[in-house]
Design a protein around this ligand. Structure first.
Ligand SMILES: [Zn+2]
Ligand SMILES: [Zn+2]
Length: 266
């Protein structure tokens, strides 16, 4: 599975990693899987050219916070008329309701699920299947538990003989980790770690993870399962990385920045 971290920051600015220019760096959540599928559509969408956006068939949404959907309406507008079939976005029922009510409401943005016609729209919204996996572009997609104060899910994507779990945004959620650990072919978990330990209270209030919770909950995973740390809040990147490196020794840790690609299994 090829994962392009078009955006994996918890914001749109941040500490500049060595060798990266500031403007080229922090973008919010959008991962491209094997060229044709997105997980979320935050400002990382802007890293794609138009021809790349046209090739996206499916967008798998975790939740409707702006840092995860801000560029969905803009992307659909950008490629309107360039595709023969609608771009398909998948979400929990509550996530799709939020999109319809608050974004694609013909006030904040046109309702592209009825443009140019309800029969042949530019964008189609679909609920994740209630039971069983969704199959898209050769990937098997399962929704996982998440705790974020609004409708939200994690995702497990299986590509042939291996799978990767994505936490989406979530506070500590034991069920997510148990579900990820139960997948026999799991090779990596992409987990949000928004805050360092000194901001544990802020993490709790905002239903995000901080370092000690990632350390504690990841112990449920077999040691061969890598952790891919994402959604670090701007300005805390190095502190979070240092704390995790100091606390976890028996497991591969990856700290991608926006624009990086990772191929799994490693
Ligand atoms: Zn969120
Ligand atoms: Zn977020």
């Amino acid at each position: 599975m090829k994962i392009d971290f078009l955006g994996c920051s918890g914001g749109i600015e941040g500490s500049t990693p060595v060798g990266k220019s500031l403007n080229d760096y922090a973008r919010s959540t959008c991962y491209r899987i094997n060229d044709h599928v997105l997980i979320d559509a935050g400002t990382g969408v802007g890293r794609m050219g138009m021809s790349e956006m046209v090739r996206i068939e499916h967008i798998l949404l975790t939740h409707a916070h702006l840092d995860h959907v801000a560029c969905l309406p803009l992307m659909i507008d950008t490629i309107a008329g360039l595709r023969k079939t609608p771009t398909r976005a998948w979400g929990l029922p509550g996530v799709l309701d939020i999109l319809r009510d608050h974004i694609l409401n013909d006030t904040v943005w046109p309702d592209f699920t009825t443009i140019p016609s309800a029969e042949h729209p530019f964008l189609a919204l679909h609920e994740y299947p209630e039971t069983g996996p969704l199959e898209v572009e050769g990937l098997e997609v399962h929704t996982l538990s998440a705790t974020h104060g609004i409708p939200a899910c994690g995702l497990l994507l299986r590509d042939g003989d291996h799978s990767v779990a994505f936490s989406g945004d979530s506070g500590p959620d034991l069920a997510f980790w148990e579900e990820a650990a139960a997948a026999k072919d799991i090779v990596a978990v992409a987990v949000e770690c928004s805050y360092p330990n000194r901001e544990a209270d802020l993490a709790r209030i905002s239903r995000h993870m901080h370092v000690d919770e990632v350390v504690r909950l990841s112990e449920i995973l077999p040691p061969h399962v890598a952790l891919i740390i994402v959604h670090r809040k701007p300005g805390r990147e190095r502190e979070i990385q240092a704390q995790l490196n100091a606390a976890i020794h028996d497991r591969r840790l990856e700290f991608p920045v926006s624009g990086d690609s990772i191929e799994v299994p490693f």
